[in-house]
Design a protein around this ligand. Structure first.
Ligand code: SF4
Ligand code: SF4
Length: 287
């Protein structure tokens, strides 16, 4: 990344922010370790502000044996991710505290399925698009907060080693399309205008509600428009990870016109016919 770009990012970081204004690449080394023996054990889970990503929810709702909407209503708080109310979800806290709902005396009760943000800490990551570039590039920063003593631990490792250790390769792969969509929405700025209520609902469905998205693609309305083979559809219905990746592609197609899912040629006329039929039925019902 050009030094000017880096300076621009560094300028965005508030004064006295815990984010260290030094860009790290996958092979950059940093000093950090976190284990049960550190004096600050669990301190980071007592004051959380965690934005959840789609794969976090899939993993955590699966672990809990709940549907996506059940898990979301029990364990998250909605918030607007931008000025157009793009729906976001934060991890819930215990009543009257900033403590994570999943923190127990012995530590994290969902450790094997903890969210991406918990895995990254004390690193921060950011997707950036170079000027004129089509690809999103991940850059990393150390987040150094006073309470976290892990930075004093005598262990040096690379960002790539840390990501592997924390199981982040899979999480980043699963959340990639979604992060790209959020970045595109943010960088498109106010000129694009406020998205319709329908697009915000679709964003919510494709991001946080795989159980209802599964039903949606199994339904007649989807089959009328999109040209999936029976085998492709069966694979998506049976494999939730593949379904989540497909949901990202679907959202990009609907929001940005990035056509990666075949549309039936007759879809437009069939939809028009159906709409007319509904209008006629509604008219007859009113007589
Ligand atoms: S999910 Fe686990 S690691 Fe993450 S904040 Fe909660 S208790 Fe801590
Ligand atoms: S070392 Fe840092 S990340 Fe680990 S428990 Fe302490 S505050 Fe949390």
């Amino acid at each position: 990344m050009a030094q000017d770009d880096l300076k621009n990012i560094a300028d965005e970081i508030p004064w006295q922010s815990p984010v260290q204004p030094v860009e790290l690449r996958p092979d950059s080394e940093f000093q950090f370790n976190c284990h049960k023996g550190v004096s600050c054990f669990n301190a980071c889970c007592r004051n959380i502000d965690i934005t959840l990503m789609p794969y976090d929810i899939v993993r955590l709702k699966r672990r809990a044996g709940l549907t996506s909407s059940q898990w979301v209503s029990r364990y998250t708080l909605p918030f607007p991710m931008d000025g157009h109310a793009m729906p976001g979800l934060k991890m819930a806290t215990k009543p009257g505290t900033n403590e994570c709902v999943f923190l127990e005396e012995s530590g994290c009760s969902v450790y094997a399925d903890r969210p991406s943000a918990c895995r990254y800490y004390a690193l921060g990551s950011m997707g950036v698009r170079r000027a004129g570039g089509a690809q999103v590039e991940d850059i990393y920063f150390v987040v150094r907060e006073e309470h976290c003593k892990g930075h004093d631990e005598p262990r040096t490792l690379t960002v790539a080693q840390y990501r592997k250790e924390q199981g982040l390769e899979k999480y980043d792969q699963m959340n990639f399309e979604w992060r790209d969509i959020v970045l595109k929405k943010r960088s498109s700025g106010p000129t694009v205008g406020k998205p319709s209520e329908r697009s915000l609902q679709l964003f919510d469905l494709c991001s946080y509600d795989m159980d209802n998205f599964r039903e949606f693609i199994a339904g007649d309305g989807f089959a009328e428009v999109f040209d999936l083979s029976p085998d492709e559809l069966a694979e998506l219905l049976a494999d939730e990870d593949k379904l989540l990746l497909f949901a990202g592609r679907f959202l990009k197609q609907v929001l940005f016109g990035e056509m990666t899912i075949a549309v039936k040629p007759e879809a437009r006329s069939a939809r028009l016919r159906k709409r007319r039929q509904r209008e006629q039925e509604a008219g007859q019902g009113g007589d």
